[in-house]
Design a protein around this ligand. Structure first.
Ligand code: PMP
Length: 290
C-alpha cells in the first residue's frame, strides 16, 4: 500500500509528492516541524504540538500555513488515508519558495505545508524493559534549539555517534552539562528520589512528552526539579531516562562504558513509563473527533 502525503493542498501517493527546489526549507533549513504520536487512532497531546508549532513559526516570523482547525483536519485526514492506528504524523512548514537569497522573502510568499503519517509507535516493550545504552557527545548545535527547525544536522551527527556505538541515543552536553539527547529529553533521578531535567530554556527543545511527564510525575507525588545536571551527576544517579514522542519514557542503564546504578531500569522510570502508557490508553480527544 502506498503512503499518502499531503503537500500544499493535495493528497498524493508519497512517490509523487515533491517540493520545489527553491523551497527555503531545502536551501536554508528554513522550516519547522512537529512529530506527533497517534495511539489507538488518536493524537497524543495535539494541543501541545500545535501550540509548539505556532510558537516555532512566531519565533521565525513565519506565516502559518493554515488555521489550527484546518491543520488538525488535514492531519486527521492523512492519518485516516494511511490507516494509522498506532504511529506518527509528521508536519513540516517551510517559509516557502523564493529565489535564493538569505534574507526572508516578501510576506506574500506562501509557506509550504507537508504532512505525512507512518505506522509504528514507540520502541518495543522489551527494549524498555531491558533499558538502553547512551553515549555522550558534545552539543554543537546553535543557540535556539528551543525552535523546532528542520536544521537537524548536528542531531543527525550525534545520533550517528550513537548508532556506531550500538547505543540507543546520544546524550548531548556543553562542557559536561547535559542539555538533552539528540531526539529526546534527558532526565535523572537523584539518590533522594528527586526527578531532575534541564529547564525549558533556549538550550533544549521543550518536549511535549517532557511537559506531560512532569505533570504525571507531580500528580503521582514525585518531586520534580527543573535544573541542569552534569554527565558526572548522571553517572552517580539512581536512575537516568529519556522522554520523547517516539521514545515515551525510556530507562537508560548505561552511559558510555559505565553502568547507571545497578545496570537495570529504575523503578521511577518504569513507573513513569507505565503511567505515560496509561495516559495514552485513556486518550479521548474532542478536537480530533469534532
Ligand atoms: N529534544 C529533541 C532534540 C527532539 O528532537 C525531541 C523530539 N521531537 C525531543 C527533545 C522530545 O520532544 P517531544 O517530547 O515533543 O517529542
Amino acid at each position: 500500500m502506498s503512503h499518502i502525503a499531503y503537500v500544499n493542498g493535495r493528497y498524493l501517493p508519497q512517490a509523487d509528492a515533491y517540493v520545489h527546489i527553491e523551497d527555503r526549507g531545502y536551501q536554508f533549513a528554513d522550516g519547522v516541524y512537529e512529530v506527533m504520536c497517534i495511539w489507538n487512532g488518536l493524537p497524543v497531546d495535539l494541543t501541545g504540538h500545535i501550540a509548539r508549532l505556532n510558537r516555532s513559526l512566531r519565533e521565525l516570523s513565519m506565516a502559518s500555513p493554515a488555521s489550527d482547525g484546518a491543520l488538525t483536519f488535514i492531519m486527521k485526514e492523512v492519518v485516516r488515508r494511511n490507516h494509522v492506528e498506532k504511529g506518527t504524523v509528521y508536519i513540516q512548514v517551510n517559509r516557502g519558495v523564493a529565489p535564493r537569497a538569505h534574507a526572508f522573502p516578501s510576506k506574500n510568499v506562501k509557506p509550504s505545508l507537508v504532512i505525512t503519517a507512518k505506522h509504528g509507535a514507540g520502541p518495543s516493550e522489551s527494549v524498555a524493559e531491558a533499558g538502553v545504552k547512551v553515549v555522550t557527545t558534545p552539543d554543537i548545535r546553535w543557540k535556539r534549539v528551543d525552535i523546532k527547525t528542520v536544521g537537524l544536522l548536528p542531531n543527525a551527527m550525534a545520533k550517528q555517534v550513537a548508532a556506531e556505538a550500538r547505543a540507543f541515543e546520544a546524550l548531548l552536553h556543553v562542557d559536561g552539562t547535559v542539555t538533552e539527547a539528540s531526539s529526546s529529553n534527558a532526565w535523572m533521578v537523584t539518590p533522594d528520589k528527586t526527578i531532575v531535567t534541564h529547564p525549558s530554556t533556549n538550550a533544549i527543545l521543550s518536549g511535549i512528552t517532557r511537559a506531560t511527564v512532569i505533570r504525571i510525575a507531580k500528580e503521582a507525588g514525585y518531586k520534580v526539579q527543573e535544573r541542569a545536571f552534569t554527565v558526572a551527576e548522571a553517572l552517580k544517579a539512581k536512575e537516568v531516562f529519556l522522554t520523547g514522542t517516539t521514545t515515551f519514557v525510556m530507562p537508560v542503564v548505561q552511559i558510555d562504558e559505565k553502568t547507571v546504578a545497578n545496570g537495570s531500569p529504575g523503578t521511577v522510570a518504569l513507573d513513569l513509563r507505565q503511567r505515560y502508557r496509561a495516559f495514552m490508553d485513556g486518550l479521548t480527544d474532542t478536537a480530533w473527533n469534532a
